[in-house]
Design a protein around this ligand. Structure first.
Ligand code: ZN
Length: 465
């Protein structure tokens, strides 16, 4: 049970419950029985010592085992794997407790607490997990959807000071926070959960993948202006974020749609096909998003069928400009940002719902107000700052040495582009690919989507001076 993204319990659980492996089931149940037996006589002090460091998320897997087998001892042990002061504080919405905590240990545990709620219906676990999610969004989340510096949550008052550290958010944290987000969304679908999925997938997960044939996965994604990412190597430099990183890029499809008995929700704008067996329909989504905001949904139906087709009106959108058309006819709707637009009707083969959601330039300030980040709709923009002072090896970590130490080639903060208070939003550059021009201290600075930045220095945060 180490850095919980890839611990034995989770791997065996997935191989059994998702992959249907009987061998994995046998291994996992024996492992769980051993865990129950070996921990049964631990004193409270011993238990506290055992759970004082990063220990994965046995509570999530044990709750799954309780659901699958009904054995109460698995549930009891799932509940014992908790940090009671954290659960109690978050149940009361005291989110200040997060500052300084090892972030991924906590995120994983809250995934497990929410799973215990799903298994038992006991409110406190869900209340704590929902408050935790809100607190992380409000206090801990950087522009690309990641959290933590040197793997730890930051204290609210220190956000801007930590932002210039060379060690940015860990990819595994976002992998796990996406899991919690999906759990909460499944329980009570809300556009802001999908807003977070979109932010995190485009701006963190996609950027964690190294460019070109070398590929590789980033462990930390620096927020420091003028810094750069470092990627893994296939044989002698890899870490937890490589394991969860491989999984990340196979999961994109799982976030795009949600379904309930009578409702199909379009959460994300990604070219794709959804098949809804129960209704005998297929929904094809075509879009040039995020370069444009036109989303076309075409229904293929065996026979006319009534259901609600819901399209997300994102929190970042100017809702007054959002339009929906069914078979070319504009709908009279009152859209509000951060909600779902519901179209309930009998859908027939060939029906087309078209959504227009304009992507415009916007700015978000850092938590301490000292830095500005710019966006194209949900897409974080970055200034490309070249690779002066860097050679190719600087972008790939050496597993035998401290890869952060090796990467200490910081850019002087006096030389990074800054903006003035009240700076005008960047102006879109004409062309097929998304690019913007921003007035900064170094002149007209070109901004491109952060996910296009590879082996080079970049700024996603601009000091406001
Ligand atoms: Zn990791």
């Amino acid at each position: 049970m180490v850095c919980g993204s890839q611990d034995l319990g989770r791997l065996a659980r997935d191989a059994w419950l998702t992959g249907g492996s009987e061998q994995a089931k046998e291994v996992l149940l024996r492992y769980a029985d051993w865990c129950v037996q070996i921990t049964s006589k631990l004193t409270d002090q011993q238990w506290s010592d055992l759970t004082s460091k990063e220990f994965g998320a046995p509570n999530e897997v044990l709750a799954d085992l309780y659901i699958a087998t009904g054995k109460a001892e698995y549930l009891e042990l799932a509940k014992r794997f908790r940090k009671e002061p954290m659960v109690a504080a978050l149940e009361k919405n005291n989110t200040e407790i997060l500052g300084g905590r090892h972030a991924n240990t906590e995120i994983l545990l809250f995934v497990g607490y929410e799973r215990i709620y799903e298994a038992t219906g006991e409110e406190r676990w869900h209340k704590a997990a929902a408050n935790f999610w809100e607190g992380v969004q409000r206090q801990q989340t950087f522009a690309f959807g990641g959290n933590s510096i040197w793997e730890a949550f930051v204290k609210s008052a220190e956000f801007d000071r930590k932002l210039v550290d060379i060690c940015g958010p860990e990819t595994c944290n976002t992998y796990n926070l996406l899991k919690l987000t999906r759990q909460l969304h499944e329980l009570e679908p809300q556009a802001r959960y999908s807003d977070y999925m979109e932010r995190a997938l485009y701006n963190h997960i996609l950027t964690s993948l190294g460019p070109g044939p070398e590929g590789g996965f980033a462990y930390y994604t620096p927020t420091r202006p003028g810094h750069y990412k470092r990627y893994s190597k296939p044989f002698d430099a890899f870490w937890c974020c490589v394991g969860s990183g491989m999984e990340n890029h196979g999961r994109y499809g799982s976030y795009i749609y949600s379904v309930s008995a009578e409702r199909l929700m379009v959460n994300l704008f990604v070219p794709s096909v959804a098949r809804w067996k129960e209704k005998g329909i297929e929904l094809r989504q075509t879009t040039g998003f995020p370069d444009d905001g036109i989303v076309t949904l075409t229904v293929k139906a065996e026979k006319p069928v009534e259901f609600t087709l819901s399209v997300r009106c994102p929190g970042w959108a100017d809702a007054s400009k959002v339009r929906l058309r069914v078979n070319g006819k504009e709908l009279d709707l009152k859209a509000s940002a951060g909600s779902y637009l519901d179209v309930k009707q009998s859908w027939q083969n060939g029906d087309v719902l078209q959504a227009y959601i304009p992507l415009e330039a916007r700015m978000e300030k850092s938590s301490g107000n000292g830095y500005a980040a710019f966006f194209h709709g949900p897409i974080l923009l970055a200034a490309k700052l070249g690779n002066e002072g860097l050679v190719k090896d600087d972008f790939y970590a050496d597993g035998s040495k401290d890869f952060i130490q090796l990467g200490r080639r910081e850019m002087d903060q006096a030389k990074v582009p800054t903006v003035v208070p009240g700076v005008a939003l960047p102006v879109k550059v004409k062309g097929k690919e998304t690019a913007y021009s921003l007035k900064t201290s170094t002149g007209e600075t070109t901004l491109v989507p952060f996910y296009k930045i590879g082996l080079e220095r970049y700024s996603i945060y601009f000091p406001v001076r």
